[in-house]
Design a protein around this ligand. Sequence first.
Ligand SMILES: Cc1cc2nc3c(=O)[nH]c(=O)nc-3n(C[C@H](O)[C@H](O)[C@H](O)COP(=O)(O)OP(=O)(O)OC[C@H]3O[C@@H](n4cnc5c(N)ncnc54)[C@H](O)[C@@H]3O)c2cc1C
Length: 464
Amino acid sequence: MAHEVAAAGSRIVARGVRPDDRREQIVATSDSEVDVVIVGGGFAGVTAARELSARGRRAVLVEARDRLGGRTYTKDHDGHPMEFGGTWVHPLQPHVWSEVDRYAVETETFPVLEGLRQAVVSDGRVVDLSDEDVERALEAFDEFCAPGMSLFPEPFLETVSSDPDGLGERSMRDLLDSFKAEPVLHDWVEGMCCLVAFGPLEKSGASEIFRCHALAGYSAAQAMASLSQTKLVKGTRELINSIAGQATLADIRLNSPVRRVAQTDGGVRVELENGETVTAPTALIALPMNVLNSVKFEPELSEIKRTASADRHAGAGRKCFVRVKGDIGNVSIVAPEDQAVNFVVTYTHDSKGSWLIVFSANPDKLQMSQFDDVQGMQTALQPLLPGVEVESIVGWDWSNDPHALGTWCIYRPGQLTKVLPDLRTTEGRLFFAGADSASTWRGFIDGAIESGYRSARDIDTYLS
Ligand SMILES: Cc1cc2nc3c(=O)[nH]c(=O)nc-3n(C[C@H](O)[C@H](O)[C@H](O)COP(=O)(O)OP(=O)(O)OC[C@H]3O[C@@H](n4cnc5c(N)ncnc54)[C@H](O)[C@@H]3O)c2cc1C
């Protein structure tokens, strides 16, 4: 019997359990009843499935993994729901926040601000920051992002303004090198760039940090809050399962990687790795930009989409949860790009030990290839937390995960104007969704949901 993994409304079936299950599933949805095949069950695909259901459209959603959520992944470990991927949400992110409200999902402030020790690694030493220092650091961040105001004069509209100074072509590294500030503040701003880019700064478009700043009301303080201040108590899985639960006309099939998508005269034929096919008048491709080329499309996708997928976006960092000895306290420490670890924040702490969340924008600098390299992580953490003793590490290697091939979307210099409009442009009967091509909070859960709303609307209009 098929293994039901979520209740309420939609039918979610974990595939590949036994051959018999496949037969049962094929009978369950006749292709002639299907309006759209949705490829990918992250927030974009699942939101689109729910929105299509609300419009009376039937969908089959095929997801490669054994779970929904894609680059969000709540994993229970050591008694805690740990987010290996997307975590933070904020009221300034209108699409995700309306979903949080709709399903009454409980949120919490994280990290806890009371008693939070903030620090920056500068010139090889840890410099603690007073509240006044943090204020000055935020002012420096505002100053760094000031040129972006001309690039994003109306950040919640889709248009990017004209770009006479060529800012869209410049990297974060390029801008940082010409940014003047006292060393500690410069290192703090650089650490923030590492956190936003989550990839090498020379490969990360400066436009990406300007955009976050602009979307947060051109305020460094609000940008920081949007990026890393509020999380879901039970994890992102509660939200995605809530959305999936209302995709009442969607047949959600897990363990169903797609290998080929062919447009025919009358529709779209989607072929799975296991040889099954699903056909429908339309398909919604809700895949990460970096994996588009892993699926064979006939006819080929536009050259821009193929090139973007081959070039990849710059997001390629490493996030992990690190267990260390003793009570480390409530800390938030940033470090510039020459460090292997660029951000560390306490997840839990007591006298028995502490869990830290660790971010590295350049995992090549980490002297660890696997999550079991305790010694490598211990070495990498010393500049931020001298003397710290690492016990264990857990996390997910998104960059080598064939269904992600990267972390969150951060465009390379130039990709904003060259890639974005085409990435979500319909090709025949194929529609496109995903955080990587969202209009506003691109690269965020919010952007994925935004794209789910838009693509469902567009498909419904097309089919009407
Ligand atoms: C480490 C990390 C931290 C992050 N932190 C935050 C954060 O704090 N806040 C925030 O808002 N965002 C964060 N993000 C970004 C956010 O998680 C993503 O932008 C968003 O979840 C992407 O949603 P999506 O639906 O567009 O794509 P995805 O979630 O990638 O969904 C695409 C789906 O397609 C599936 N797929 C791939 N190939 C195939 C195939 N061949 N056949 C069928 N299915 C396939 C995948 O398995 C996946 O489920 C983070 C991401 C990472 C990796």
